[in-house]
Every structure is written in C-alpha cells, then in structure tokens.
Design a protein around this ligand. Structure first.
Ligand code: GAR
Length: 199
C-alpha cells in the first residue's frame, strides 16, 4: 500500500449481499482513494454473486467443503487475494469463522459487521437472538476480526431500538438500513487511517 495507489478492498459474503452493494455504491460515489476490487463468496448459489456481476466487481466463489481442510480452502482464497493485490478484507455477511491462514496474512486488516451490540448476541442469528430475548434495544457493530466468533477490537457501534410493534422482519429492515450507512463510513475512516500510517 502506498499513499498514491488506491487501497484495494476485498469483500467476503455468503448470502444476499445488500451490504456488499452498499459498500460498492459508497466507494463509487465518495471521494476516497480506494476500490472494491474483489468479491469472495463461499456459496456458489448466493445472490451476492449476481450483484457483483451487475456492479462490475470481479468475484470468485468456492465450495469450502470440497477442500481437504479449512487451511487448504483459506490458502486458495489467500492466493486469490494476493493475486488481486488486496490490502484490506471486509466480511459483510460472511457466515464462516476466519482461520489462521487468513488472519496471519491480514493482521488488523480484516473487518467484520455484526447485527447486534457486541458482545451481546454473537453468532449466526444476532437479530433473531436479540428479538427473542425480549431486548428493547440492539444494534450494529463493526470490529476487527480475531480468532473468536464476533470478537475483536470494536471500531464502531450504533444502537437500534426494538419497539413493541416490531417484528423480526421490521427489525431486520431497520438493522440493515443502519448497516448500509455505517459500514462504508467505518471502512473509509479505517482506510484513511491506514493511508496516513503509510504516508
Ligand atoms: C448482515 O446483517 C450482517 O450484519 C450479518 O449478516 C447479514 C448479511 O446481510 N452478519 C453476521 O451475522 C455475521 N455474524 P447481507 O448479505 O444482505 O449483506
């Protein structure tokens, strides 16, 4: 990474990819010396791949189960990241625990978004867990990824109220709306910090 060259970002996603799309659109319109250079997907039938095609972002899709081990899968992913000169990785609905192969290759350069106020409600269904727990508020967390599940230093959090008339669906809509605003902003702030460190 140099000050002049754009920072090259890879997004990892497993599903619909609404956050992926929000990030790509923000990077296309905002004044930032960075680009979304690659989508990495671990489900070849995920809708996010169609979004990447429409948005003109190169993508690779894998079936992790077809590899002999998690290390072998992550090594293949890493080869693609290095081949595309990726500086920073963001997980946007990537439903897999990141292992040492990727963690070691991208120390402090792996970021995740989670739909709760961590450390509350980690795991695969943060929205449902908060709702079913009867919580009156939840939210969104962006954090640096470490070896844990939805742990690691927190970069930003935003609270979302759970109103008495909310349903899981309405709560999900509110959380996604917050995510789509917050995540691109936090990524861009982090990129500016990295660029300053390399100036
Ligand atoms: C998002 O709500 C994201 O926070 C969550 O998956 C959703 C993906 O939606 N991530 C996690 O739960 C990670 N533990 P999207 O595919 O529409 O961006």
């Amino acid at each position: 990474m140099t000050k002049e060259q754009p920072v090259r970002l890879a997004v990892f996603a497993s599903g619909s990819g609404s956050n992926f799309e929000a990030i790509v659109r923000a990077f296309q319109t905002d004044q930032i010396n960075a680009e979304v250079a690659l989508l990495v997907c671990d489900r070849p039938d995920a809708f996010v791949l169609k979004r990447a095609e429409t948005l003109g972002v190169p993508s690779v899709a894998f079936r992790p189960k077809s590899f002999d081990s998690k290390e072998a899968y992550e090594q293949e992913v890493l080869d693609h990241l290095l081949g595309a000169s990726i500086d920073l990785v963001v997980l946007a609905g990537y439903m897999r625990i990141v292992g040492n192969t990727l963690l070691k290759a991208y120390p402090n350069k792996l970021m995740n978004i989670h739909p709760s106020l961590l450390p509350r409600y980690p795991g695969k269904q943060g929205i449902v867990d908060a709702f079913e727990d009867g919580a009156t508020q939840t939210g969104v967390t962006v954090h640096i990824v470490d070896e844990g599940i939805d742990t690691g230093p927190i970069l930003a959090q935003e609270t979302v109220a759970i109103e008495p008339d909310d349903t899981i669906e309405s709560l999900e809509r509110k959380i996604h709306a917050v995510e789509h605003e917050l995540f691109p902003k936090v990524i861009q702030t982090y990129i500016k910090k990295l660029q300053k460190e390399h100036a």
